[in-house]
Design a protein around this ligand. Sequence first.
Ligand code: ZN
Length: 156
Amino acid sequence: MTGINAARTAGEAMILFDLKCHTGHVFEAWFRDGATFEMQKLTGEIACPICGETKVSKAPMAPRIGKSRNEPQGIGGEETKLAGELAKELERLFRHIEENADYVGDQFPEEARRIHQGEAERRDIYGEASESETRALIEEGVEIHRIPWIRRRRLS
Ligand SMILES: [Zn+2]
């Protein structure tokens, strides 16, 4: 089998999959087994750390030689390292938002609109919005930013 490394941590077997998102980013993720991977893939729990895309598949890659996780081999390893740094960047961003903005959940579109129209207190908020709601807000000139993962993660 290619693209799969197995390791044993704390008496529990985990499998490392090389994954590829719909846009072509390659990243790594640990799973208890293949079935867990398939299930999390179906429920959209696996997201590309670079773009947040949840359409992912196993990446066909050359088998790795050696066990050291500190010596990435080939292009896949480099991309993985990059993905890890981006994930850390996102963590910092999330923390910043969490400390400086109010969580409004799925009330986000409504609340963002009220703030924009001066009906609610001017402040930073974060929450979830669907694709069409997001587009509508942008068209109305409401200032919003998209953050990958935010729709899958509550920031607290
Ligand atoms: Zn991606």
